[in-house]
Write a protein that binds this ligand. Sequence first.
Ligand code: GLN
Length: 552
Amino acid sequence: MVKNLFVTGGVSSSLGKGIFAASLAKLLQARGYRVTIQKFDPYINIDPGTLNPYEHGECYVTEDGAETDLDLGHYERFLNVRTSQANNVTTGRVYQTVIDMERRGDFLGKTVQVIPHITDEIQRRMLLLGETGDYDIVITEIGGTVGDIESLPYIESIRQLHWRLGKNDCLVVHLTLIPYLAAAGELKTKPTQHSVKLLLEAGVQPDILVCRTEHALSQELRRKVALFCNVNINAVIEARDAASIYDVPLEMLRENIDRIVLAKLRLPSSGEPDLQDWRDFLTRLKNPKTDVRIGLVGKYTELQDAYKSIQEAFIHAGAANECKVVLEHIQSESIDENNAARLLGSLHGVLVAPGFGERGIEGKIAAIRHVRENNIPFLGVCLGMQCAVVEFARHVLNMDGAHSTEINPNTPYPVIDKMKDQADLKEMGGTMRLGAYPCRIFRKTKAYAVYGKTNIEERHRHRFEFNNDYLKDFEAGGMIASGINPQQNLVEIIELRNHPWFLGVQFHPEFGSTVESPSPLFRHFVRAALEFKEKEPQMQGAAVPEGARHAF
Ligand code: GLN
């Protein structure tokens, strides 16, 4: 019998429900349970693929090609298991299904209503992953905050499921905030009381309260929360701000949340969770032997969450290299040919980020020219790779005005062009080349040194591609295609022969990076940055000495 655990949030957004859910899942997984997490988002978009990163942070892509909430990235990074289309559901998708059913005539004669039709569809989807037989415990995180109008059908669905499944098979964990009022010098429980009251009005009694707080919760305060909110005192969990999100599983372990959850679900909890690998990772993360400075050039630099998976991939890669990666966010719009040397001068590596549209493109190209000419390690991801191709065309192959047709449809040298199967598409939602595709890597390339094998799979999210009409010119000039898609012959990886470490990838290696299995590309990029740092005085601006070529 699969057990269901729901995570709701109260008082405020950004309490870290996703990190909490991933941490709890990690503890249960480390005790041998098969766990997955799904996210239900109350917005009306069918998926976050059409949302600007400023609205909702990064759009995370699963192997099966779903454009999803960035919390799914946390689930994969913590659990090292893959999520899928089924792990992220939005109100838009729920309504679309119900409206399609109505048009088909499935409800003939009936008025179609939020209760029961929408809530039935929500519950059906909530139980789907559990029905696969692949999991012992399914954790369902509800986006938004209790009290939002749009969350109501989800809370109502939890109420009905709690009743249907019974309290031994269904738990509700409510994440809430205990603010500290500096003027009063006190932690305040009232917002939590109100938020639980809202849940109770909707007919849901939370079983466990996880309280985000900046200060320790005294026994007295825990007793007060327990009393007002009808939970056991041991089910009032303190969740202090942690130095790193990767500390949270251990913080939660200290609060015994895994035992409390398992006892309530009537599941055995003998012994301790096996977190040895996780602790080893944390030890490496917290005791770096050295550091490197890497520039992240992108246009969404004001918002931390826009490049979440890239940031996390650097954390995994840094720990693997026992090196702290200091990530400097550089607004691509601020870079030009004249200031690139100054803005990028102190860096040991530069990553040019994925993205869409014209804004900041010329800055990205100027940054790439600087790192190419100065032998600074470079990784271009998706749009970053496309910009590297444009830069090379313009400045090495003398193709004046070369561009991607995404930015300039009339360029004389369309070195990046729309993929053939994209040409006639009119709809924008869910129509890019999405998800994992195979890539064949050629031996004796830097890409082969990175992956150590000829066949890999990485995830994609793009419409444009390298234009193969120009491949011969590029290869003759020193930029080679070191990885291609074997079925469609699309260029997936480009690299420079005459540079210590310069790679561009059409895919997104960051989505596959986990604590247990860091992305090889990020790992090698950080290593190249370390080597650059060691040899920096000779390397900057000088011709590359043969011996300085990285792993080649
Ligand atoms: N805008 C580019 C394309 O659609 C790159 C997309 C990306 O960076 N994810 O091909």
